[in-house]
Design a protein around this ligand. Structure first.
Ligand code: ARG
Length: 597
């Protein structure tokens, strides 16, 4: 279906032309004075300059052309030259009815045939998922769903931190504690045991211990570096031990991400790009863009217009080891080869902005990506505590993600303690509502902004929260259920009748109905905005407004008790579409809605 603003703009472009002006002035927008009108066209204001004529004159001439069009209830030229638009109910009803019978509520995907890779994991192996990984996971999952809705083939990559210093530290500490482990025996040539010699729990103790020790022990640090180097060179025992640790770590991460309803198509780690590093470096040398600097091999990425520090991208450190820059560069080589995507989006803490800027420049300079691939760094802001500092545990430690999720769910459980539901059912509902509270609390903020984690606010059933949106959906389901039983059928059949166009909107209703319809008609606009700006929060804003308008409509009209059958059925169609739009939208946020609350 054509987007409502496009439909309007086309009519206006026509009208501008008919009135003797360029059609470029016909663009219509949603009204910023909803008390006065639903949409507006401000083109006469701009045209006035070009045509040296009073804007109100132009606006009047344009509205004269449009005045008798059935699409409008009114089109009015207002001083100094705005055009206020109110849609005709019959026109809007048919737009809404068409949405009801269309796929995706009438949204037309614009990116069919294109591919997008979204890099939004970034968890580090052998370390528990912590709160810092929450935002990339939640935002990335939503971005992926939004792009898929627009037709992209989407590939989510967990891009685990599986090499580098932490692994070196773990090896060094393990070797100190259990030097006789066969994995450390350089002369061993047999098969290594299939079992991982340490448990996750042990790893979680080993890593922080080793990390702290390395800070004050130079020799220990050097050992860890050497271990990383030998691992990268392919030392057999290290390789095998690393694989064992990866296995148990990945399984745990899958479980943890899964419990957030976050799923990846690829469970690659940084090291999966290893085979691409050396050929890439060779190529850069050949092109003459790699140079030696203090023993290291680098690519310059500074540009004349830079007004900030722009260090070169590091290909090889002075000891020959590869680091974070080279793995990200080579990962792009790999992604180009495997998927040739139109977009690669990184959802990573915004403090890594410089790193990605360096990497993006370097891959463009080396011709690894061309103009047909967009590289997007969606740097996420920090989730802060009420003190405005990054969220921590009560004793100041790093909060594990599992614990945070549990906290939110406990909070929701308490709020719902008076609900009479079977224990199992209740638990499932609490889980969904808790996740919605957490995710919506996050996603309703622009990704790049920092926000304050406020558990009371996020779990509230009122206001701009996940539970409020879900509650609205549950309310609609309950009305549909009541309606279904009055006509002797069930919700599914009612929904099917609306989807088939057998139950539809035909009459003109009151103001609250009109507002709800207008907001519904903007569904495609809001999705399109979210796609263009890679911005899940735009969907939150849209559904919060939609939920408010629905609830006002609900309070002002007695849906089930309405005696005029045509009217009642029309409303059933209207609220069914409202529910469908909310369902589609929360799914794009990665949120699941319960049947009851
Ligand atoms: N593992 C990294 C960290 O914890 C984040 C990885 C982000 N993704 C990337 N392609 N570099 O800082």
């Amino acid at each position: 279906m054509e987007k409502i603003l496009d439909l309007l703009s086309k009519r206006f472009e026509d009208a501008f032309e008919k009135a003797g002006y360029s059609k470029e002035y016909g663009k219509c927008v949603v009204s910023n004075r909803p008390d006065l009108c639903e949409f507006q066209c401000n083109g006469a204001m701009a045209a006035a300059k070009a045509y040296k004529k009073a804007p109100i004159m132009i606006a009047k001439e344009v509205t004269d052309v449009l005045i008798n069009e059935g699409m409008f209830d009114s089109v009015e030229a207002i001083a100094p030259g705005f055009i206020n638009i109110i849609l005709d109910d019959t026109f809007l009803n048919s737009y809404i009815n068409e949405m009801s019978v269309s796929e995706k509520n009438g949204y037309e995907p614009e990116s069919i045939g294109k591919t997008a890779v979204i890099d939004y994991g970034g968890a580090n192996v052998a370390k528990p998922l912590h709160v810092g990984h929450l935002r990339p996971a939640i935002i990335g999952e939503s971005v992926k769903r939004i792009l898929a809705f627009d037709g992209y083939k989407t590939i989510g990559d967990a891009h685990l931190g599986d090499c580098g210093t932490p692994i070196g530290l773990i090896f060094t500490e393990m070797q100190a504690r259990t030097p006789n482990l066969v994995f450390f025996d350089e002369n061993y040539t047999g098969e290594y045991p299939a079992e991982c010699p340490v448990s996750l729990k042990e790893l979680e103790e080993i890593y922080p211990f080793a990390s702290a020790k390395s800070k004050e022990d130079e020799e220990y640090r050097a050992k860890a570096r050497q271990a990383v180097f030998e691992l990268q060179q392919g030392r057999r025992g290290y390789r095998a031990l690393w694989e064992r640790i990866m296995d148990i770590s990945k399984a745990d991460l899958k479980k943890n991400y899964g419990s957030l309803n976050v799923h990846f198509e690829l469970w690659y780690g940084e090291s999966d790009a290893d085979p691409y590093i050396m050929p890439m470096i060779e190529d850069m040398k050949k092109q003459g863009i790699a140079r030696i600097s203090e023993g290291a091999l680098v690519v310059d990425v500074k540009e004349d217009s830079d007004n900030k520090e722009m260090p070169p991208c590091m290909l090889l450190k002075s000891d020959g080891a590869v680091g974070y820059d080279s793995t990200d560069l080579a990962t792009i080589v790999q992604r180009q080869k495997d998927f040739a995507p139109q977009k690669i989006i990184y959802v990573v803490d915004k403090r890594q902005g410089l790193h990605f800027e360096q990497v993006f420049r370097a891959v463009r300079k080396a011709g690894i990506v061309g103009d047909d691939t967009e590289l997007i760094f969606l740097g996420n802001g920090t989730m802060n505590g009420k003190d405005g500092k990054p969220f921590k545990t009560r004793d100041g430690g790093v909060l594990r993600l599992e614990d945070l999720v549990q906290d939110v769910q406990d909070h929701v459980a308490e709020k719902m303690s008076d609900r009479e539901l079977a224990a199992e059912e209740k638990e499932a509902i609490v889980k969904k509502v808790g996740l919605a509270a957490l995710k919506y609390g996050d996603l309703s903020n622009a990704a790049t902004k920092d926000y304050i984690f406020d558990i009371d606010k996020f779990t509230s059933f009122e206001g701009n929260t996940g539970p409020y949106i879900l509650y609205t959906m549950v309310r609609i389901k309950s009305i549909l259920g009541k309606f279904a039983s009055t006509v002797g059928t069930d919700i599914m059949s009612v929904r099917k009748s609306v989807d088939a166009g057998d139950i539809k909107l035909e009459l003109k209703g009151n103001e609250s109905e009109k507002k709800l319809k207008t907001q519904l008609s903007l569904f495609s606009e809001s999705i399109s905005q979210a796609v263009q700006d890679v911005a899940p929060h735009k969907i939150c804003t849209y559904i919060f407004d939609l939920s408010n308008l629905f609830n006002t409509f609900y309070h002002e009209n007695k849906i089930i008790a309405e005696e005029n059958e045509e009217k009642r059925k029309g409303w059933i169609a209207l609220i069914t579409l409202t529910l469908k739009v909310l369902e589609a939208a929360v799914d794009l946020l990665g949120i699941e809605a319960p049947e009851k609350m």
